[in-house]
Ligand binder design. Sequence first.
Ligand SMILES: [Zn+2]
Length: 373
Amino acid sequence: MEAQRYECPRCGHAAPVAMPVWRCPSCAGPLDLTLGPGLRRDRIRAAERSLWRYGAALGVEKRVSLGEGWTPLVAGEWDAAPVQFKLEVLMPTGSFKDRGTAVMMSYLAERQVGSLLEDSSGNAGASIAHYAAAAGIAATIFVPAAAPRAKIVQIAASGAKVVPIPGTRQDVADKALEASASIFYASHNWQAFFTEGTKTLAYELWEQLGFRAPDNIVVPLGYGSNVLGCDRGFRELIEAGEAARLPRLFAVQAENCAAFLAAQDGTDFTPRPTVADGIASQKPVRTEEVLAAVRRSGGAVVGAPEADIVEALRAFGRKGLFIEPTSATAGVALSRLLRDGPIQRGETTVVVLTGSGLKAAPVIGDLLGIAAG
Ligand SMILES: [Zn+2]
């Protein structure tokens, strides 16, 4: 395949991928990868029951894998409309992050990165810690000192070094930026190969829907790796002549912490606590790029009020889908989009369920009023 390269969307700096970098050496902004050649359907490795069935379209040779991807797409209903639930909850570490992590870790292992740093108390921290363990790379994970014990346990069980940082989530990110001078910063929000992995969500939906794009994808939005992955994957498929158009991307934020929604609507942004902790981003890295992808698709950023998130969480449970509160925001948005008209009942709509409820069982118990004992 054509050699991919890093490219800065802001200053135009370009660099080969031979040397791993996490941000633009010229303007310190986030780097992208140039689009890959995409994939014709006859190049799918059908015997692989993982995202590596699309290995021909991924810019890595080495493989660090725990069997991620090829998750079920299950037909169901939401507000009496037919929908397809994409069960990213069934990944090796319980969240969609494993797509991005597997490809990013493969790239870093290929370049012989021996140790890395990540900051996250949640799904990304657990994902990167376990894939680093699988790759034999030493991982240091900065976490908020107040993070729930269950989340720390999942990270630490991999053997990663867990460093608690006092203060807010943003304080943790700032400390990681400082430490990045001395250890490779493998941030899922910065490193461009993470999106090379999340693009396989687009490939999978295309294949599972009979080699066509859905009309709509409804997905929670924290920093935007699924939005950017879908944008990248479907654009590559269109370039390769394998898809006719982009699906509309409806990216969902909790109204209490909605930096993208504020940027889209030109309003002030004041972060407040939300039960959707997985998407409570205060200073997203690629705001312009994510909003551009949403606009290009004809979709929108949609807000979810707190009370509605809890009711949606309850409704998912009653359908047999045990998900974390963050994922329930997608149900809130879909209800609104069906009610207000942007999504029609006859369309093909995918709801991406990004994280397992097993990670947040005590919190879910409190939210749903499930009695102890
Ligand atoms: Zn730059």
